[in-house]
Design a binder for this molecule. Structure first.
Ligand SMILES: Cc1ncc(COP(=O)(O)O)c(C=O)c1O
Length: 460
């Protein structure tokens, strides 16, 4: 660690609780064109609130289609946020020194939340609205276990039962995440399970299925649709989820003002798109309003490359085809990625809003393999002392590449990355990495082609 670079210089930009954002930012207000509508798979017509009412509370449905720029954060939600928000913005001075880069590197650290990632930002809001509308039970899916833990925490705060379908490969790799969910009072089931028709259908075809987010979503949706007291909660992809995450970028804007700086490059990893959106949408909105330019980079795993290799098409959000059709970059709803160590990034599609931005040329996308992202995460940890979640390592890898580009070009750009979670529950992945056991397994091209061939046909 270099003392000369850190002496006396600010490392951490913190905001007082009084500066916690009072409203979420909704990018829909500033888009040059709206994303294509969500369609009913039976009729091919845009879905209305009544179609979604069995699954979501009305306030959430209204937020999903809102074009208001600001949506007030209820006081009850802000009171819970206050426990860990505003989160710190760090200047990565030791990493800058280690890389010998002229770049100014910042990271917004969401790992300080009670469950270790950005996910509680929307879990708390969703639990609050469900509780207010009389719901007593929530079902959901989880990949890495970060989202399941976050909803379990939010359920404990608002007194809701929570049932989590956890992708089987993660369920087996991460018993401590399951224990955390159970500590909060949630029930956790390995997916695919025998408990649902969707799970049983997958198991009949592939008894050794390692699961996927698409399958776990089907199971959670199926269970929610069956009971009046139960609704479904999604941890990413949908507009309202992305909007709840905007507190990340809103705070970062204020913190960069404290640093008297502006970002040239923004970076986030993308599973369903929510942490990426949370950091970048407030800045993209400012850009669309002519208030400053910025490059925005979405980073995904090469083994599940929806933005870089997927098709921009209408598709189901789940494998069992229980959800409406959304236009997004997709690998096909039946695509099951190989079992790599970033469970939160194993989703076949990308948020419609993020996909739309990519189509409009407002964001860039790139994909990395898992060994190179773990190498990046370890390099980051050795300089900054925070071990990132495997998902966040994707963003860190792009950060290192951009910082080294700045070094080569002799440019002092400001790079801001979303460090969306810590990796303390992911130590088995790191153990495997150090033992040389991580494989860069490519997805099965034939399976991808088959999944894409099965995309639903939708009239123009
Ligand atoms: C730490 C972390 N980062 C990223 C993701 C990916 O989701 P999203 O793209 O919605 O942020 C997850 C999902 O579980 C996660 O746990």
């Amino acid at each position: 660690m270099s003392e000369t670079t850190t002496m006396g210089e600010t490392v951490k930009y913190v905001l007082d609780e009084s500066r916690l954002p009072e409203a979420w930012y909704n990018l829909a207000a500033d888009l040059p064109s709206p994303p294509p509508p969500v369609l009913h798979p039976g009729t091919g017509e845009p879905v209305g609130p009544d179609d979604l009412a069995p699954l979501f509370p009305m306030e959430i449905i209204l937020q999903e289609v809102s074009t208001e720029r600001q949506i007030e954060i209820p006081g009850e939600v802000r009171d819970v946020y206050r426990q860990w928000r505003p989160t710190p913005l760090y200047r990565a001075r030791r990493l800058e020194a280690a890389l010998e880069t002229p770049a100014r590197i910042y990271y917004k650290y969401e790992g300080v939340s009670p469950t270790g990632s950005h996910k509680p930002n929307t879990a708390v809001a969703q639990a609050f609205y469900n509780k207010r509308e009389g719901v007593t039970r929530l079902t959901t899916e989880t990949g890495a276990g970060q989202w399941g833990s976050a909803l379990a925490f939010a359920g404990a705060v608002f007194g809701l039962e929570v049932e989590v379908y956890m992708v089987k490969v993660s369920y087996e790799q991460k018993p401590y995440r399951r224990a955390l969910m159970e500590s909060f009072g949630a029930r956790c089931v390995a997916s695919p399970s025998e408990e649902t028709a969707s799970g049983r259908a997958v198991l009949a075809e592939r008894p050794d299925s390692t699961g996927s987010l698409g399958i776990a979503i089907s199971e959670a949706v199926e269970m929610a649709a069956q009971r009046d007291d139960t609704k479904y909660s999604l941890g990413s992809v949908l507009n309202h989820v992305l909007m709840h995450q905007s507190v990340i970028g809103e705070e970062a804007m204020l913190q960069l003002e404290l640093a008297d700086d502006r970002p040239d490059v923004l970076i986030g990893c993308t599973g369903g798109g929510s942490n990426f959106a949370g950091l970048t949408f407030p800045f993209i909105g400012a850009k669309l309003r002519g208030e400053g330019d910025v490059r925005v980079i979405a980073v995904e795993p090469a083994a599940c490359p929806s933005l870089t290799r997927g098709q921009y098409a209408y598709d189901f959000g789940d494998t069992g085809h229980l959800t409406p059709l959304v236009k997004m970059h997709t690998l096909g709803s039946t695509f099951v990625p190989p079992g790599f160590h970033a469970g939160g990034l194993r989703y076949h599609g990308m948020a419609p809003m993020v996909s739309h931005l990519h189509e409009l040329g407002l964001i860039e996308a790139r994909a990395y393999t898992q060994t190179e992202v773990f190498a990046a995460g370890v390099e980051f940890a050795r300089a900054e002392g925070i071990l990132p979640a495997p998902e966040a390592n994707h963003a860190v890898k792009a950060l290192l590449d951009e910082a080294l580009r700045c070094k080569e070009e002799g440019r002092s750009e400001a790079i801001l990355v979303n460090l969306c979670g810590h990796g303390h529950f992911d130590m088995q992945a790191y153990i495997d990495y150090f033992a040389g056991k991580l494989e860069d397994r490519a997805y099965d091209e034939a399976e991808l082609a088959m999944a894409l061939a099965g995309l639903p046909s939708v009239p123009d």
